[in-house]
Design a protein around this ligand. Sequence first.
Ligand code: NAD
Length: 264
Amino acid sequence: MAGLMAGKRGLIMGVANKQSLAWGIAQACAAQGAELAFSYQGEALGKRVTPLAQSVGSDLVLECDVTQPGSIDALFETLRARWGKLDFLVHAIGFSDKNELRGRYVDTSPENFALTMNVSVYSFTAVAQRAEKMMPEGGAMLTLTYYGAERVMPHYNVMGVAKAALEASVRYMAMDLGPKGIRVNALSAGPIKTLAASGIGDFRYILKWNELNSPLRRNVTQEDVGKSALYLLSDLSSGVTGETHHVDAGYHVVGMKAEDAPDI
Ligand code: NAD
């Protein structure tokens, strides 16, 4: 399988640190020969991302705050000047006020609803618009989602509503961009301890629940996510688009585990 991504150039958006899902994906792609560029949000994260990027041979580390259209434009202008074309894009970005990632969804404020949708949903569409122009011979786009889009998960609240919209946007963009040979997919990862996840109420309980109740009886790792992302970003999935691919140790197929049934 060596060299699966040889000759391919990809932009990785959303590395915050070594625990980031985007970093797992970047490592898997780099190991298969991909040339990578990274975008980060804010100077503090830039200091963390730069050495990580260097460790996979990348010196293209660019700031981008997806709430600022000018910042997205500047990112793609620099990329276009350096590379001309792009083969793949990873969008691993999400944000919501952590005060609203606990308690009831119904109490979500209009301000945080709009912010969550903008950063966690619209930003993928915004970057896809720019990336499309750099993919004249086709390409692959991937975003990260979670099962809280499909079923109610404790504390996930407005992020669940945002992920549902994100998954729908993946299907619409797959249809729009398919004629150009651009594939658009989502990877639905099981819970993994990261900076973003630490904002979700009782996250340790969610981790334990998944470990005990998923068919594989474990949580997934950054490596699991990286390997499946490699499939979705490479020609191995050349016939796949509009898909939400679960990498969750099978948790999404479970209704109820037999040994949990009480004696009746
Ligand atoms: P993370 O904290 O490492 O990554 C989140 C990233 O979003 C950070 O790099 C942050 O800088 C970026 N971001 C937030 N607001 C931004 C903005 N305005 N502009 C640019 N970047 C911005 O956490 P993660 O868990 O690796 O999250 C990556 C993606 O994976 C998210 O979409 C998350 O919802 C999704 N996901 C995570 C899990 C999990 O359990 N960790 C499970 C399923 C899906």
